[in-house]
Write a new protein. Structure first.
Length: 151
């Protein structure tokens, strides 16, 4: 059984891609992260909606004290003008270098173990020749298991 069977095809992020393009691809695939493919063709990181929003929209002190924040912090709203600026930025400076990957030939148990070790719910399925086959998630695993074993 190949993990490609469980992977969901998505686009890959690339150098010079805008935040708008990344968000559009993520929404289309229903994943909040895409693998980042360098100009060399090698996958060298990941581009994450949560990471970008956290870096641009949220002061570090808010993250540190998130549990103490009330629900009426309207003074800290993100202005619409800044939204356009954000969407027009390139993703290059927001790439997370640590990339959770697995090969198509790996067993499902290894996939789950690697997810646990990265404390994530997804992996990028990339073969030894650097071909990207899609994103494997805990939900895509569960969906395929249910499909294969439905009465």
């Amino acid at each position: 059984m190949s993990l490609i069977e469980f992977a969901v095809p998505t686009a890959a992020a690339f150098p010079g891609m805008t935040v708008r393009e990344l968000f559009a691809e993520c929404v289309k695939a229903n994943f909040a992260v895409l693998p980042f493919q360098a100009a060399s063709g090698k996958f060298t990181g990941r581009a994450s909606i949560r990471h970008i929003l956290g870096e641009v929209c949220i002061p570090a002190a808010m993250v540190e004290h998130a549990r103490l924040l009330g629900d009426t912090i309207t003074a800290l709203q993100f202005p619409p003008l800044r939204e356009k600026e954000l969407l027009d930025m390139t993703i290059d400076k927001f790439i997370i270098k640590d990339i959770p990957t697995i090969t198509p030939a790996s067993p499902m148990a290894k996939a789950v173990a690697v997810m646990q070790s990265y404390q994530t719910s997804y992996l990028f399925v990339i073969d030894d020749e650097h071909n990207y086959h899609g994103t494997l998630s805990t939900v895509s695993l569960a969906r395929r298991l249910l499909d294969r074993n439905s009465p």
